[in-house]
Design a protein around this ligand. Sequence first.
Ligand code: UGA
Length: 453
Amino acid sequence: MNVCIIGTGYVGLVTGVCLAEIGNTVTCVDKIKEKINLLKNGDSPIYEPKLDEFLKRNIKDNKLEFTTDISNAIKKSEIIYICVGTPPLSNGQADLRYVEEAAYEIGKNINDMKIVINKSTVPIGSGDWVSMVILDSMEKNNNQNKNVCFSVVSNPEFLREGSAIDDTFFPDRIVIGSSSKKAVDKMLKLYEPIINQSFEWPDDKRLIPEGSKIPVVISDLTSAEMIKYAANSFLATKISFINEIANICEKVGADVSKVAEGIGLDKRIGPAFLNAGIGWGGSCFPKDVSALSNIAGEYGLSTQILNAVVNVNREQRLKITQKLQDELKIIKGKTIAVLGISFKPDTNDTREAPSIKIMNDLVNLGARVKAFDPIIKSSPDSLSGKVLLCGNAYEAVEDADLFILATEWVDFLRLDYVKIKKIMRNSVVIDGRNYLDKDNLEKIGFKYIGIGR
Ligand code: UGA
């Protein structure tokens, strides 16, 4: 099928590359010229495992192209994905300006039957609103194809940064929300290779055996939109829950890792998303939890659980500074190393990264902060000039009074901790992700401080 993807951010780019990989002809559109030029050369503006390889191969096979010409891309495609950003406004609501712009362009350029897919996370009810914007735009632009029909489908994505390609090819489920049977059938056809796990995979490490069936949930538009918010909010709830348990574990002398293992083996609970630490960040959970809370507010509902989930997460970041104060007493004049800046491993995304709040707090308390991340090579704006970004982990920990592990990059498991102990001023570690080998570090002579253990 001919597919147009509007917006080449995380979701758009990964969706476009994966749809090309399963045999479609995909045109990705973005208004940022520099980004499109980069992508045309097969260079990805984001770091995501496997993306580069898939990108280059599909461009070479003429299945994937990049352009700033939105009108032509819309005209030649039967399927149009809206994958633009919906960043949070200062009041927590999602900013729909880019979705509106995309829908307007679709209305202006629509020339035959189209399926318009909302992949961006949009407030409940936005599917119908997108239809309205398209119709209004057809009218305003005096589009001659007045009798052309289109269907809006909500097809939320569940991919995680750092494993986005695997998540797209091997999803737990696919959700399709629409009132049009024709549109649903078209979507089922589009995703058929993924639903039946019949695509070729470059290496033999398939996460789901060939020929298995991926469950598909077909619903109305509104329910599909709600599924996305409910899924992210539930996952954030699981993390805040285990972090609250971790805090109690610390007081009573229990180990939260063992507690998580013990409760996670109960099939009704499940082991995923029970890693206690410095809390959740990124571009999705913070935005989606507050947007859902806002949506509820519009109906006069107060979201007591969601509010608590956000509060626990906010406090969890402050716990690191408290642990530091307990250990070092005075932070002013101390050198603190932070290993890992991105909000999670295998991505260069620093949006709402817990490390940033922690580093800002430490700087404000008078510490000298040195940081290292395997991928991030320039300071995020909010840290610029305040933190010394180092070329490797050893440079960062040299002369430090304490180091904090803020992101669980696998590289940090392979460091020479005997050497690190020698070059640090004081050998204390706060493992913000319960990731390092506690016993080994203690054997080397480190004072190890974890979360909830
Ligand atoms: C999340 C969801 O997991 C995806 O399903 C969804 O598609 C995506 O949001 C989205 O809405 O676009 P993502 O934000 O990429 O994906 O990352 P996650 O792996 O979910 O991690 C989110 C945060 O939770 C990270 O800061 C991570 O460190 C933290 N986390 C995760 C924990 O603190 N503990 C855990 O056990 C798991």
